[in-house]
Write a new protein. Structure first.
Length: 298
């Protein structure tokens, strides 16, 4: 990974900022100067703050050393987000260890390996091993999204093993770390970051619902919904409303449960999420919630 220092300078000039103004409250003016001369790579937290102040995305000033590997990881991520897990595994299997040159490459490799082992292959032990490799060997900062995702993944793996106490510890840690990340460190409009935030809250809510803490689950779902709505993102919105409805059933919030199942059902049709559509239909039948005629006709 390297910083495109010239682009940082160009964006700063467009904003009419001096190096001192850009640096204020983030780093020293000397650091900005070194970045623009391509002779210093700052921490990711500092770079995120700089991008946020400039009103740009991190991807606009950072490129990967290995463009092919970068594209491969992006493809795997996209396939996973569209629940095309078998296809993601096929692409992942083409990666060779000699391609992993940077810590960032290795973090992504072990995260996706752990994720696919857990979700596709239902192998919790292999998932825990791979997430552990990431966390123990390649994480240098607390403000690291892959570290948070790996911590969450470890918790979900323990949940698969029915080790609920351990699962809760790791999931709580992932959520707490996300909460403590300085909001100013997130570049506005960084879709990957926002989607990962939504995923973490949704997954944590799923665990809390399973261990019978519906109020805590609803709190996390509402956080995720706010993130999605603020960013005008449909990512996981159908799943979030379905989760919200299911937890409201447990809390006997009947009317809210009805309303949110209807929203989840309509969204699942819009996103063509057939497995979720069928799950919602089944749950609505179990709870004696009449299907929406308008949604059926759609």
């Amino acid at each position: 990974m390297r910083i495109l220092g010239e682009k940082v300078r160009q964006f700063r000039k467009r904003k009419g900022m001096s190096q001192k103004e850009l640096a204020e409250g983030i780093c020293t003016q000397a650091t900005i100067s070194l970045i623009e001369k391509k002779s210093k790579i700052p921490s990711m937290k500092i770079m995120m703050k700089i991008c946020n102040r400039l009103g740009i995305r991190l991807a606009e000033v950072i490129i990967e050393n290995d463009d092919q590997l970068y594209r491969t990881f992006k493809k795997i991520d996209l396939l996973i987000r569209h629940t095309q897990l078998t296809e993601a595994q096929t692409v992942f299997n083409k990666i060779r260890p000699k391609q992993l040159r940077s810590n960032n490459d290795k973090k992504q490799y072990y995260y996706y390996e752990g994720y696919l082992q857990l979700v596709l292959n239902d192998n919790a032990d292999e998932a825990i091993f791979n997430f552990g490799m990431l966390l123990n060997q390649f994480v240098k900062s607390n403000h690291d999204m892959f570290a948070i995702l790996a911590t969450l993944g470890t918790g979900l793996a323990y949940e698969r093993k029915q080790a609920y106490d351990k699962a809760e510890i790791f999931v709580k840690q992932a959520v707490a770390t996300l909460h403590t990340m300085d909001a100013q460190a997130v570049p506005m409009g960084d879709d990957d970051y926002l989607q990962n935030e939504i995923l973490i809250y949704a997954s944590a809510a799923q665990l809390y619902a399973k261990i019978n803490f519906p109020e805590e689950a609803l709190e996390l779902i509402d956080l995720a919904l706010k993130k999605a709505q603020d960013s005008q993102s449909l990512y996981l919105l159908d799943r979030l409303y379905a989760q919200k409805a299911a937890n409201e059933v447990v809390l006997n919030n009947v009317q809210s449960a009805h309303d949110h199942y209807y929203v989840a059902y309509a969204l699942s049709l819009v996103t063509h999420n057939e497995p979720l559509t069928q799950k919602i239909i089944k749950e609505m039948a179990e709870y004696h919630i009449a299907p929406l005629k308008v949604a059926n006709e759609a």
